[in-house]
Ligand binder design. Sequence first.
Ligand code: CA
Length: 223
Amino acid sequence: MKILVIEDELKTVEYLRQGLTEQGYSVDTATDGLDGLHLATTGVYDAIILDVMLPGLDGYSILKSLRPSVSTPVLMLTAKDTLNNKLEGFNAGADDYLIKPFSFLELLARLQVITRRTHTKEETHIHIGDLHLDLLARRATRGKRRLDLTAKEFALLEVLASRQSQIVSKTVITELVWDICFDTNTNVVEATIKRLRSKLDTEGEPKLLHTIRGMGYVLEQRP
Ligand code: CA
């Protein structure tokens, strides 16, 4: 589980980093709103812990920029405890809210709830054009044609399909499909993309898998 902490109070950042690391989470931190937004949109996280009052860009603005394209669960931290502020957070797309000072155990409990919620909320079927993915049966079809995919090819297709129309970088793919951060200069991703493409987009069918040179890959139906 990877958590992004966006918080400018260094004491709180260190407290969270240490506590979460001890619980087995890996933790990235940003102490400025703009850095935080950048990490939140480019990285892959299971949850974001987001302070409201931040230099650069406040927590509500960060959340508004993230939603709806980034659905990572967000736990907001704030010293303000009025109802209006809570509602503002939920309206902006926060999954939960914690008032400072908070107990670490409560934060941990809430973090577990919001990350579990997204995992069960996950779609079990994805449709893109005539492509259909059954995530439970691990089966992919295009029209009536069943795609004969290896486990890695299916995992790669799932990563791309669940981010339909978004550019997915090689770094993100290696992290999500191989669960490691190996040197992305290796051609493992390209080789797997190539095999997947040959099975997915056959002659006469509209292409769904597109390469964005220097950036990554997109799965989408284009007019
Ligand atoms: Ca703050």
